[in-house]
Design a protein around this ligand. Structure first.
Ligand SMILES: *[C@@H]1O[C@H](CO)[C@@H](O)[C@H](O)[C@H]1NC(C)=O
Ligand SMILES: *[C@@H]1O[C@H](CO)[C@@H](O)[C@H](O)[C@H]1NC(C)=O
Length: 315
């Protein structure tokens, strides 16, 4: 006889599923892999095991696989930031002190594992874990429901996808799969290659460089850090690691705000009872999914390039 309380805990645990799903995370990893500079690529190839094809693609799902394992529960809150905003009344925002006051959220986790991945006092396993956490969290932070507290990031909203009753968080996983099946040959690797082409020579070519600027679009001009960019930010973090405690970085906060803004436009914009994967909700969501996965893959490459090659090395 299992006590009710642990059944409840189990139900809560399994319900907080991954919104990008394995396919979305693999896509982010594969996009990044295509843009790695020489030292970053060499580091990734020697750090990620051959069972993950020495690639950020397959390695990106590990953090979701371990989070319910014994001894890894502590990592669950690091996958998201519970933004206490009001997306249904059109008010979207992410604030570090309000939403990550405990210091245990995706904003701090990215800073944490950025310092760990180059910390030579750590074991090779800890360094590999740090790389796989970065690989995963740079995907999660671009997912609108991972930067939203409302109804537990959509987990508590029932919704339908291609005839299956599920919740809004899971619908997002279903939409990524459907997009890949419909438009990219059913493979996350093909999908990633298609996004890489859009970045290099297609619809994302003109905006990709702006993805690397971390100047907040939501803060008043007077409060923005001048010239805040990912390169300066990572270099400062790694330079000060010995003396400073982990504080969230500007870039992840800006990315979270950007993803969270979609909660006020597309994410909660549906009619109760409609099948979200076969209606205009899906058609409206696909360009956002493409954009967010491409962006986060590109940013992941830039992040690792700065760490290992000293600059973003990207157009
Ligand atoms: C930082 O990393 C350590 C080791 O994995 C972990 O125990 C801790 O919870 C992490 N903290 C954050 C905020 O990511
Ligand atoms: C909300 O959904 C409706 C119906 O599909 C659509 O016409 C409208 O453009 C959507 N709004 C946004 C901001 O995407």
């Amino acid at each position: 006889m299992i006590p009710t309380s642990s059944l409840l805990a189990f139900a809560l645990a399994v319900s907080r599923v991954a919104a990008w799903g394995d396919l979305g995370h693999e896509t982010v990893g594969y996009v990044a892999q295509a843009f790695l500079a020489p030292n970053a690529l060499a580091f990734v190839k020697s750090t990620i095991s051959s069972s993950d094809d020495n690639s950020l693609g397959p390695a990106a799902i590990w953090a979701d696989e371990v989070k319910y394992d014994d001894g890894w529960e502590w990592s669950q809150p690091l996958h998201f930031v519970d933004a206490e905003d009001s997306p249904l009344s059109g008010s979207c925002s992410v604030e570090q002190t309000r939403d990550c006051g405990s210091g245990q959220c995706i904003l701090t986790a990215i800073a944490n594992y950025t310092t760990q991945v180059t910390d030579s006092s750590l074991s090779s396993t800890q360094i590999q874990d740090a790389l796989k956490f970065i690989d995963h969290f740079l995907g999660d932070i671009g997912q609108p429901l991972h930067v939203e507290a409302y109804e537990v990031g959509g987990n508590d909203i029932s919704a339908k996808c291609s005839g299956t009753s599920t919740n809004l968080h899971a619908v997002n996983t279903g939409m990524v799969k459907k997009n890949i099946d419909d438009n990219h040959g059913g493979s996350s690797e093909t999908y990633a290659n298609d996004l890489v082409t859009e970045i290099k020579s297609g619809s994302f070519k003109s905006s990709a460089s702006s993805w690397l600027s971390c100047t907040s679009i939501t803060e008043p001009v007077s409060k923005r850090s001048p010239g805040a960019d990912l390169e300066t930010e990572i270099k400062n973090l790694l330079h000060n690691r010995a003396t400073e405690k982990i504080t969230p970085l500007e870039c992840p906060l800006v990315w979270a705000q950007e993803a969270n803004a979609f909660d006020c436009t597309v994410v909660f914009n549906y009619t109760k009872g409609e099948d979200l994967c076969t209606s205009s909700y899906y058609t409206n969501a696909v360009p956002v999914i493409d954009l967010q996965l491409a962006k986060q893959g590109y940013r992941l490459a830039a992040w690792l390039n700065v760490i290992f090659d000293g600059s973003t090395n990207l157009p």
